[in-house]
Design a binder for this molecule. Structure first.
Ligand code: ATP
Ligand code: MG
Length: 243
């Protein structure tokens, strides 16, 4: 047990949770290393939501609530870290929730769907088909779900699938702490923030935004600006790291 007084209590508890979820099969072993990469970038951000990330989160809320068919794509890490936050965002935005996995087995899909349902999410399941133009298992999705989405939120996404979804003409919103990843650079909108901080901010904004705010946010989206602000914040912290 980690004592609450430990300065890194929160991140150590998160690691314990992910390790437990890896043992039960919800998180893949590769997912654990992806989390480590995320942690490193969060360290550079000072483990807080920056002003530009908040702007990205409000823009995400505007896009999700204005969409014809919004979908939240959930993988093992996302379910392990934020099942309740996903359920809350689904309620706030009206989006479908669908599981999509890189290391896919029917058993893992079932486990993750059960975890999401026990957190209160209404999971869209049923017959999956190989519908996305990818040569690995992330190609599997549902015709009436992700395949038909116009706006899709992809927390902790892989670059290949992000590119494929953009090529299919979808508006892709990524949550990724690494502003240099292919996902971050290819997505329509990138939120450079930690998943469990980002999701509640998006939900809050779904409730708060007026129609006028939504129009203004979507029309003024500039992802290059959002990414360069994230890099500037990290560089700034590094420049003063030894002060
Ligand atoms: P890409 O394929 O997009 O070039 P990658 O191969 O470097 O990226 P992946 O493993 O495909 O990385 O995707 C995982 C991404 O999720 C990483 O960029 C990591 O920084 C990010 N990440 C991990 N944990 C979190 C988290 N809790 N919150 C936000 N982002 C995270
Ligand atoms: Mg990748």
């Amino acid at each position: 047990m980690i004592p609450k007084s430990h300065p890194r209590y929160r991140s150590l508890v998160t690691r314990e949770r992910l390790a437990g979820c890896a043992r039960s099969g919800i998180v893949s072993w590769e997912g654990l290393t992806a989390h480590g990469r995320g942690e490193a970038f969060d360290y550079l951000l000072g483990e807080k939501t920056t002003e530009s990330a908040r702007l990205a989160e409000r823009t995400a809320a505007a896009m999700l609530t204005s969409a014809r068919h919004p979908v939240i794509s959930v993988n093992g890490n996302t379910a392990a870290l934020a099942a309740q936050e996903i359920a809350a965002l689904q309620k706030a935005s009206g989006a479908q929730v669908e599981v999509n996995l890189f290391h896919r087995t029917e058993e893992r899909v079932q486990q993750i769907e059960d975890l999401l349902r026990s957190a209160g999410a209404d999971v869209f399941s049923g017959e999956a088909e190989r519908l996305l133009p990818l040569d690995h298992d992330r190609a599997w999705c549902r015709r009436e779900g992700m395949y038909s989405a116009d706006v899709i939120l992809v927390p902790l996404e892989d670059g290949d699938r992000c590119e494929a979804l953009v090529r299919m003409g979808k508006t892709v919103i990524a949550i990724d702490l690494n502003p240099l990843s292919r996902t971050a650079r290819r997505a329509t909108l990138t939120i450079v923030d930690e998943l469990t901080r980002a999701l509640p901010e998006i939900s809050r904004a779904c409730h708060d935004l007026t129609q006028k705010d939504k129009k203004h946010l979507t029309e003024s989206l500039n992802n290059h600006y959002l990414l360069s602000e994230a890099i500037r914040e990290m560089t700034e912290r590094l420049n003063h790291a030894l002060d």
